[in-house]
Design a protein around this ligand. Structure first.
Ligand SMILES: NC(=O)C1=CN([C@@H]2O[C@H](COP(=O)(O)OP(=O)(O)OC[C@H]3O[C@@H](n4cnc5c(N)ncnc54)[C@H](OP(=O)(O)O)[C@@H]3O)[C@@H](O)[C@H]2O)C=CC1
Ligand SMILES: O=C(O)[C@@H]1CCC=N1
Length: 264
């Protein structure tokens, strides 16, 4: 099994740590500069938390999980420690593989991966793109590693802003819908814990239908919507308020922000 260094132990770093440990990886080390956070990771996961250079030394795979603006300083720090043959996998939104390659020794393999937080429970979605120096075997190794935490789609790097907007940020849109369902349920008299249970299982069940058969979302929605029934009343209200258009515009704003972060 590869030695894995997770550089940055925040939300995404801990998500990947949990997923990889659950998948049986034991040789995982974390770098986290925020002392209290490092202590919490040690206590919670029993993992070694060290400085970025020590974490990077001898690592086969380096998962870069710091905020996009912290990536350049981190790479400058760990550059001398990266072994020939190691693969640097960046999870940072809007940071291009060329930027990472330019910050490292020539020829170091770089892969860009856009994750999402359901990786914590093995239900993540990753969009993966190879940098110029990454060989097919190295990309396949990264895909296999991430597949332990969810589904992996290999995409052209030009599509990473769209991946970020749809699946990277996507869980937040679903939680936003869940918040609205709970708010409406409690407004209609349900206890909050019951409303949360109804909303959560409805989202789980709907997602299972979406992934289990050949029917797309429009067809599945049609099957719920009786003529002149309750669902039709809701959808008419959404359409009158422009909810669908607002969602599409919002998701496209996320893609634009990703492009801005990458300087395009
Ligand atoms: N959260 C998400 O759902 C997703 C996040 N991502 C990407 O993952 C990356 C991390 O995001 P997220 O986990 O949410 O962010 P967080 O801020 O939660 O985590 C980043 C952590 O890295 C630490 N850090 C910063 N610089 C260093 C350094 N040089 N050495 C060690 N640790 C360092 C930060 O410490 P401090 O706070 O003290 O600076 C912080 O604890 C981002 O690039 C983001 O674009 C991608 C997809 C989804
Ligand atoms: O909000 C963000 O910028 C990060 C990237 C995708 C999800 N979270």
């Amino acid at each position: 099994m590869p030695r894995i260094a997770i550089l940055g132990g925040g939300v995404m770093g801990e998500t990947l740590l949990s997923a990889l440990v659950a998948a049986g990886h034991r040789d995982v080390v974390v770098a986290e500069k925020f002392t209290e956070r490092a202590e919490a990771l040690r206590a919670e996961h029993g993992v070694e938390v060290v400085d970025p250079r020590a974490a990077s030394r001898g690592a086969d795979v380096l998962l870069v999980a710091v905020k996009p603006q912290d990536v350049p300083d981190l790479l400058a720090e760990v550059r001398p420690e990266i072994a020939p043959g190691a693969v640097v996998v960046s999870l940072a939104a809007g940071v291009r593989t060329t930027v990472i390659e330019d910050a490292l020794e020539p020829g170091v393999a770089v892969v860009r991966a856009m994750p999402n937080t359901p990786a914590l429970v093995g239900e993540g979605m990753f969009g993966v793109s190879a940098g110029a120096s990454a060989g097919d075997d190295q990309v396949a190794g990264v895909v296999a590693l991430l597949a332990t935490a969810g589904d992996v789609a290999v995409v052209d790097e030009a599509h990473q802003d769209a991946v970020t907007a749809v699946s990277g940020s996507g869980p937040a849109y679903v939680f936003y819908l869940a918040e609205a369902m709970v708010e409406a349920g409690t407004a209609e008299g349900l206890d909050e814990d019951v409303a949360r249970r109804l909303a959560a299982q409805t989202l789980t069940g709907a997602a299972a239908l979406l992934t289990s058969g050949d029917e797309g979302p429009a067809e599945l929605r049609r099957k719920v919507t009786s003529p002149n029934g309750t669902t039709a009343a809701a959808i008419e209200s959404f359409d009158a308020a422009g909810v669908r258009g607002a969602l599409v515009a919002g998701i496209r704003a996320a893609a634009r922000r990703s492009a801005e972060l990458s300087g395009s």
